[in-house]
Ligand binder design. Structure first.
Ligand SMILES: [Zn+2]
Ligand SMILES: [Zn+2]
Length: 342
């Protein structure tokens, strides 16, 4: 939808979906665009939100650091860091970044134009995560929400309970290696912190593709304890060890070096039996960096927005729910969102 006349009382006249992504007209920028654009505001570092090649990118300092690791330093992108809580005028719009509780550096983009406030939440969750500050509900006129797990069937159990399952399995099968599939950005570091919180103080072994982002988290003050690259092991049998790897590595040649590994995968999708089977996980662990149904619906109440726009995932159910409690809700049908690290 393209609208030529700006009308601050009509939010769809100043922020609207385009084929390149969500466009803010009075600020002349896109939020998490699907392609390279002149000016982008980026909510967080996952691949379906942060892409390379923008001429200018505004994001939290942590998100920019993540993008530099993933996109080879981005020498051609002018990078504008904006810390949580600071405000910056872009064109005629005031932009603020507020914690989203999703991964390190993740933010909600709070956009204000002529007295009207729209919050683009990016991806978020509500439960505590030791690797990032918690989601802050911001009262607004329009709340734009994801809907990755927006069905009542999605109830994420307690993360420490899931970590307990992993540690019980390690104790029960001390001669086996536990291979734990985690996404490299966010899930990996959160699972390490949860293991530490549960008392696992032994070395945690890492697949090579997890090293650079673990180092980045450590450099940002997230203490991961004793970790090491699997390839650096000398005279190590990995019996009784916990090894983290990307989910795809579980079925890979790489995993053959471990004797009778027990494959586990950490993801919100592990709730779905077919997905768990598909992933090859003998031990599916439901640990998600996205809000579940209860968290999504609670968040709509907490922000109190009269209008809600739903971006990616199961839009219909959340739109239906929001309307049932008197919210003017619609699906935005944004292109280019394939959830990374759910
Ligand atoms: Zn994400
Ligand atoms: Zn996403």
């Amino acid at each position: 939808m393209t609208v030529d006349t700006l009308n601050p009382r009509s939010p769809r006249s100043w922020l609207y979906p385009t084929p390149r992504g969500l466009y803010c007209k009075p600020g002349d920028f896109y939020v998490d665009p699907a392609v390279a654009v002149p000016r982008a505001v980026i909510t967080h570092g996952h691949g379906d939100h942060a892409r390379p090649g923008h001429r200018a990118a505004l994001a939290t300092p942590e998100t920019l650091a993540i993008m530099r690791v993933r996109f080879e330093d981005m020498p051609d992108t002018s990078q504008q860091p904006l810390k949580y809580g600071e405000s910056l005028r872009v064109g005629e719009v005031d932009v603020q970044l507020v914690p989203a509780g999703h991964i390190l550096g993740s933010a909600q983009a709070v956009l204000e134009y002529k007295g009207q406030r729209i919050v683009v939440s990016g991806d978020f969750k509500r439960r505590p995560d030791p690797t990032c500050p918690p989601f802050e509900p911001v009262p607004c006129d329009v709340f734009i929400t994801e809907a990755t797990f927006a069905l009542p069937v999605f109830h994420h159990p307690s993360d420490m309970g899931e970590i307990g399952k992993l540690l019980r399995s390690v104790a029960t099968f001390p001669d086996h290696t536990h291979l734990v599939g985690v996404y490299a950005l966010g899930k990996c570091q959160r699972v390490i912190k949860l293991l530490r919180a549960a008392g696992w103080d032994q070395r945690i072994w890492l697949h090579g593709s997890l090293l650079s982002l673990c180092k980045l988290y450590q450099d940002h003050g997230v203490d991961l304890g004793d970790t090491a690259h699997v390839s650096d092991a000398i005279l190590e049998t990995f019996k009784g060890a916990i090894v983290l790897c990307p989910p795809s590595a579980i079925a890979d040649r790489w995993s053959r070096r471990f004797a009778e590994p027990v494959p586990a995968v950490c993801s919100g999708w592990m709730r779905v039996r077919a997905r768990a089977r598909q992933s090859g996980a003998e031990l599916p662990l439901i640990i998600s960096d996205h809000a579940d149904w209860a968290e999504l619906t609670q968040t709509l109440k907490d922000v109190g927005a009269p209008k809600v726009w739903v971006t990616h995932g199961r839009e219909e159910a959340l739109v239906h729910y929001a309307r049932s409690i008197g919210i003017d809700a619609e699906a935005l049908h944004l292109a280019g969102r394939e959830e990374e690290g759910a």
